[in-house]
Design a protein around this ligand. Structure first.
Ligand SMILES: Cc1cc2nc3c(=O)[nH]c(=O)nc-3n(C[C@H](O)[C@H](O)[C@H](O)COP(=O)(O)OP(=O)(O)OC[C@H]3O[C@@H](n4cnc5c(N)ncnc54)[C@H](O)[C@@H]3O)c2cc1C
Length: 399
């Protein structure tokens, strides 16, 4: 039997990166994955161009029960370290928006980078894991094609988002086996669905996009695009706020929290409508709204506010209702589109069980957890891969 220092379960971003770091430190590393290809989520990420990090990544871009946990790993391996690696591999990249960095070519270049860095590791794909046991000196892992042993075991099997890509909640089963607490996993960065009332009010709006909107819950706000879908709302601002909505689904009284939407930020719409009533009284209200909103949305807002016709005929109260619907629209989602559409998983293996330096489980020496399996979830925009790199680095240094 080949002797390994470490077995890494999962050949995604975190597992492959960790394997490279450890192998380059002379560790004999085995990577096992049940999928037939490595890094499948990398391949489909960022519309095929992989948003591999974010120029502005900081601990504030991550959700966790312990918001301090990620700080150490993010500081030890930063976005600038990964950018330097991307450049070392000759991969051309560009900033799209808000610090989000993408490959000019293809996300496959990032997978190749990871495989090149991990060339000294033994990577075995199509290897479903059938058992994990603790031995006197480490861990024994059973697979369809043999049994392997190592002093250290790294759980890098991600979270359950997008099951059709081979994603599973396997890490949580292993956590349970070893007595590690799991913070309730929930779909995050997922489209939100309308409740029955909103579904009727906004029926037929699928495809309407508002390029610049603000979605907020409490003090947390995201200014990006919002998109109407057949079932509710999507677009970057909604995906971002969905993570916070999942976190704070109900208020203290048990009511489902609404998401507030400002569909035309920077515009004092009420003041503008009142001014238009003086300067262009014969104008239709919808025409005025179309200066800031897509025409279909403007017309629907007019219908829903019961404010048809000329702007001259509308009272202050009516104009205020129109402005409120566009600027402080409170939508109470029925839910999200779930793991089938979620880019990541909120929650995961409790950071309280792990060392922030080495990602090692305090109560199970030799067992490490990295990447999305851990209760650290990034915002949309390259932060989740940065966590895969940073946590993989911290662990790889400790193997
Ligand atoms: C559509 C989509 C687009 C995304 N785009 C971006 C983006 O552009 N930028 C960004 O930062 N993040 C993006 N993400 C999120 C990002 O892909 C994840 O956060 C990241 O891949 C997590 O890395 P990981 O290595 O922890 O887990 P994963 O990449 O999920 O890797 C886990 C590996 O474990 C394997 N595995 C799972 N269960 C088992 C099992 N039971 N036995 C054996 N092996 C198993 C899987 O096959 C997989 O190879 C996107 C996600 C999705 C779904």
């Amino acid at each position: 039997m080949t002797a390994y220092d470490a077995i890494i379960l999962g050949a995604g971003g975190a597992g492959l990166f960790c394997a490279g770091i450890a192998a380059q430190r002379g560790r004999r590393v085995l990577v096992l994955d049940h999928a037939a290809a490595p890094g499948e989520k990398i391949r489909i990420s960022g519309g095929g161009r992989c948003n591999f990090t974010n120029l502005h990544a900081s601990p504030a871009d991550f959700l966790s029960d312990n918001p301090h946990f990620a700080k150490s790993a993010l500081k030890r391996y930063t976005q600038h370290d990964f950018i330097a690696l991307v450049e070392k591999h000759g991969i051309a990249w560009h900033e799209k928006t808000l610090g989000q960095l993408f490959c000019d070519g293809s996300s496959r270049q990032i997978i190749q980078l990871l495989l090149d860095e991990a060339r000294d590791a033994d990577i075995r794909l199509s290897s479903p894991i059938t058992s994990i046991d603790k031995t006197g000196s480490g861990f024994r892992v059973g697979t369809g094609s043999g049994v392997f042993e190592a002093a250290r075991l790294v759980l890098a099997t991600g979270g359950p988002s997008i099951p059709k890509m081979g994603a599973t909640g396997f890490a949580y089963d292993v956590a349970q086996q070893f007595g590690l607490n799991v913070i309730a996993p929930r779909p995050a960065l997922a489209p939100l669905t309308f409740s029955g009332v909103d579904a009727a009010r906004w029926d037929g709006m699928a495809g309407v996009a508002v390029p610049d909107a603000v979605a907020s819950i409490g003090k947390r706000r995201f200014r990006e695009a919002v998109l109407f879908t057949h079932r509710g709302l999507s677009g970057p601002a909604i995906l971002q706020i969905s993570s916070y909505w999942e976190q704070a689904r109900r208020d203290e009284a048990g009511r489902v929290q609404p998401v507030t939407l400002d569909l035309c930020p920077d515009v004092d719409l009420f003041a503008e409508l009142k001014a238009a009533r003086s300067t262009a009284p014969k104008q239709e209200l919808a025409t005025q709204l179309e200066k800031h909103l897509p025409a279909r949305l403007a017309r629907r807002i007019v219908e829903l506010s019961n404010a048809p016709g000329r702007i001259a005929d509308l009272s202050d109260a009516r104009l205020q209702a129109v402005a409120a619907l566009a600027k402080t629209w409170q939508v109470t989602p029925a839910g999200s589109e779930g793991y089938a559409k979620a880019e990541v998983t909120l929650g995961g293996i409790d950071t309280a069980a792990l060392s922030s330096q080495s990602m090692e489980a305090r109560a199970v020496p030799g067992l490490h957890v990295i990447g999305e399996a851990v209760d650290v979830t990034g915002h949309l925009g390259g932060f989740n891969f940065q966590w895969a790199w940073s946590s993989g680095f911290a662990c790889g240094q400790a193997l």
